[in-house]
Design a protein around this ligand. Structure first.
Ligand code: ATP
Length: 388
């Protein structure tokens, strides 16, 4: 297990009487790629700025290698930052942009020799895949290449931690995806701890060892990308990460949850008997079957071809689910669905209950069909409950 490098303890930040961070507790390990993920204004950048030393928390402590660093200024922290606007020096070429920090700063108490600077710059060019570009004018580079120069410039001083604030935000989608792979590779090649800020859940899932989901200045969940996707702690996390149907349920007992008045087998346990819960069902975990075999039956209200699969909106008693399937089902058809126990995830009720998970407004082409008066669903038999 890698050792802890940074710890935030009960960090609160108040701006103009607004609590923008509320008792944040966070542990960041050596060599970790950790991502702060959340909607605009949730406090990601403020958390990053506290780590960088650009702002001091109103209360709470910041530790680096176990030493409290609240009062240590940014330039005395072994931390560097890459911003979305990377502001390269336009009058310097690639080589000089990267070498700049090495020339002006002392390193371990001394100036680096010309040879040392050269070997460090060449090493960085190799790491960011820009070998051969050293004498190119930075203004002649593509956005992705410029961003790589900015990363090389931030890494050349060998910081212990690199803070990255939406560094790919200005790039187009294709380039962003390429750079995600590049960044992960660079992080692994250098072994430097990356703390990355984004509001893009796909970016967070694809690069991170650890994802920290934030909302309203509060950490909602910390976990691996798989944990966050498969075991969201509440409706906010379930909705923010990937697509999800979130419905009301009652946890009858360990392994049995009731949805729309019917019992479903699940893998969850540890809830109070008959506890009202939120149930998340991912669109790809629902199988479309014949009506007679369905655990629930509903009406298809919208179908969108997505290339690999169809996005199908199905109305269950007025609540719209999104189902992703490779089977085509025409609009207005009645279908049955089956969900395996591991496709159901049960969560405690929270302040976010009832806010997410209905796909009524999913598509502009969606046409309301007046089926609120659907006939009552057939009762599912016990053997159907467990055969899934
Ligand atoms: P975004 O993705 O939009 O950058 P964020 O999650 O990074 O959002 P922060 O930049 O941390 O959010 O801001 C959190 C809240 O704190 C916002 O409401 C913001 O307006 C407020 N805030 C941040 N810095 C200051 C400041 N210096 N003075 C006053 N309010 C601030």
């Amino acid at each position: 297990m890698a050792k802890e490098l940074i710890r935030l303890r009960d960090c609160t930040m108040v701006f103009d009487d607004d609590v923008v961070l509320n008792k944040i507790n966070l542990s960041i390990k050596d060599n970790e790629f950790l991502t702060l993920l959340g909607p605009s204004g949730c406090g990601k950048t403020t958390t990053l700025r506290i780590i960088g030393g650009f702002v001091k928390p109103t209360s709470g402590d910041v530790f680096f290698n176990g030493v409290r660093i609240n009062d240590v200024p940014p330039h005395k922290r072994t931390v560097n930052t890459v911003f979305q606007k990377y502001a390269l020096f336009p009058h310097l070429d690639v080589y000089e942009n990267i070498a700049f920090g090495l020339r002006i700063n002392r390193h371990e108490g001394r100036r680096l020799s010309k040879d040392e600077i050269h070997s460090r710059v060449m090493e960085m060019l190799e790491i960011v895949s820009l070998k051969g570009f050293e004498h190119r004018d930075v203004t002649s580079l593509s956005g992705g290449q410029q961003q790589r120069v900015a990363i090389a410039r931030a890494l050349v001083n060998r910081p212990k931690v690199l803070l990255l604030d939406e560094p790919l935000g200005a790039l187009d989608l294709r380039l962003r995806k390429d750079m995600q792979i590049e960044l992960k590779r660079i992080q692994e090649a250098t072994g430097i701890t990356f703390v990355y800020v984004t509001h893009d859940q796909e970016e967070a899932l694809s690069m991170s060892d650890t994802v920290v989901v934030m909302d309203g200045g509060v950490i909602q969940q910390i976990g691996t990308p798989e944990d966050i996707y498969n075991e969201p702690v509440n409706a906010f996390v379930a909705d923010f990460i990937g697509e999800s149907n979130i419905v009301d349920g009652i946890m009858i007992e360990d392994g049995v949850v009731e949805i729309f008045g019917k019992k479903f087998a699940c893998l969850d346990a540890g809830f109070a008997p008959n506890e009202p819960v939120d149930v998340v069902i991912r669109p790809e975990d629902v199988d479309i079957v014949d009506i007679k075999d369905g655990m629930l039956t509903g009406t298809v209200t919208n179908v969108t071809f997505k290339g690999v699969h169809y996005d199908v909106i199905v109305d269950f008693k007025g609540f719209k689910w999104l189902i992703q399937t490779t089977d085509y089902c025409p609009v207005n058809s009645r279908i049955g669905i089956k969900i395996d126990p591991d496709g159901i995830h049960v969560m405690h009720k929270s302040q976010y209950s009832g806010m997410f998970g209905d796909y009524s407004s999913y598509s502009a082409e969606y046409e309301e069909i007046s089926d609120a008066e659907l006939e009552p669903e057939e009762t599912v038999s016990e053997d159907k409950l467990y055969e899934a």
